[in-house]
Design a protein around this ligand. Structure first.
Ligand SMILES: Nc1ncnc2c1ncn2[C@@H]1O[C@H](COP(=O)(O)OP(=O)(O)OP(=O)(O)O)[C@@H](O)[C@H]1O
Ligand code: SF4
Ligand SMILES: [Mg+2]
Length: 335
């Protein structure tokens, strides 16, 4: 091997992989004008990226801004600041034509399958719709729909039935089929398994994992339950009131959380075994974290300071920046 070739290979080895998605300093506000300025931003300076084939889990309590981030990525909600780049291209303010063009590559699965399945349309018609929009013939769309249904574990005949003729778990499989039928690159799964019972949840999670591995998909996997996120995600981002509290490799964040809020979230996560559940409850009480309802929004400093058992004066006066702690990034003065 010549020196020149060796050098070229070295350069290739260190070249960073282009993210499938890169979100930088994203800010999203609801409402307009003075009304919008009066309420805290729903998403307040959030950054993360997703590599090709990677699953990033987004967790946080209800109202922390998870769905708002998903909507901003999908172009369903305007951003007030920051950027969203898809495969290196800035799509933050992409217009309708660009969004339409991206529609096949950037898909979503929501908690309620009825949001993507029209109850008055057969399953086949719902699945064919995104394909027909992309110029696929009716016959080809039907064949693809049947094959996709088979892939998600349903009979091919399901094309001629209506959503109401299926169970909740089966309907969610149909929603997954509809999201994946156009061969997308990135799928936003927003509480995609949260409405399902535990065993159906496990089946749909396994299906999502298999499809990801087969097709090299990237997922933004949104859930309020950190143990569900842990199953699929390679990296986890923890949100609190629109801000990132901690992010890092899934094992580090879920098994050795550094931020007091992540610790509380892990301790609050339900587990199927009663003995372990009792241990978790004791750990949660020992942390001394107050409930969200018990406190008002912090006016400044760390957004978690009014609930945090470790809070000091510094916490209420200065917002902690994200900094490296072990393998994770943590926004806490004392982590
Ligand atoms: N359409 C809307 N108009 C005004 N405020 C909204 C709207 N949608 C969400 N919000 C507010 O924005 C914040 C974030 O909401 P979001 O739905 O993103 O939270 P979430 O983390 O997805 O919660 P959940 O776990 O309950 O789904 C909340 O304070 C919510 O009240
Ligand atoms: S910065 Fe202070 S209030 Fe915020 S999480 Fe850390 S210790 Fe708690
Ligand atoms: Mg939500």
């Amino acid at each position: 091997m010549s020196i020149e070739t060796a050098e070229r290979q070295d350069t290739a080895a260190v070249a960073p992989e282009q993210p499938m998605l890169e979100v930088k300093d994203l800010v999203v506000r609801y409402g307009r004008g003075r009304k919008a300025a009066a309420v805290p931003a729903a998403v307040d300076g959030v950054s993360f990226s997703i590599l090709p084939g990677e699953t990033v889990g987004l967790v946080g309590e209800s109202g922390s801004g998870k769905s708002t981030i998903g909507k901003a990525i999908l172009g369903l909600q305007k951003s007030a600041g920051g950027t969203i780049a898809y495969q290196g291209e800035d799509i933050t303010h992409a217009g309708a034509a660009k969004r339409r063009a991206l529609g096949g590559e950037l898909r979503a699965v929501f908690q309620d399958p009825n949001s993507s399945l029209n109850p008055r349309q057969t399953v086949g018609a719902s699945l064919a719709e995104p394909l027909r929009l992309r110029g696929v013939t009716a016959a080809e769309a039907r064949e693809k729909s049947e094959a996709m249904l088979e892939r998600v574990g349903l009979p091919r005949e399901a094309v001629d039935r209506y959503p109401s003729q299926f169970s909740g778990g089966q309907r969610q499989r149909i929603a997954v089929a509809r999201a994946l039928i156009c061969d997308p690159r990135l799928v936003v799964c927003d509480e995609a398994v949260s409405a399902l019972d535990l065993s159906t949840q496990a089946q749909v999670l396994n299906l999502l994992a298999d499809l990801r591995d087969e097709r090299g998909l990237s997922y933004l996997f949104i859930a309020h339950d950190i143990s569900v996120v842990q199953f699929l995600a390679q990296r986890v981002v923890v949100l609190y009131r629109g801000q990132v509290m901690e992010s890092g490799p899934a094992a580090a964040v879920t098994e050795a959380p550094k931020h007091p809020f992540t610790q509380a979230l892990v301790a609050a996560s339900p587990v199927p075994r009663p003995a372990e559940q009792a241990q978790r409850r004791a750990a949660r009480e020992a942390l001394g974290v107050r409930t969200a309802a018990a406190v008002a929004v912090s006016p400044g400093g760390c957004p978690f300071s009014q609930r945090c058992p470790l809070a000091t004066e510094l916490c209420t006066s200065e917002r902690p920046a994200l900094r490296k702690v072990g393998a994770s990034d943590v926004a806490c003065h004392y982590a």
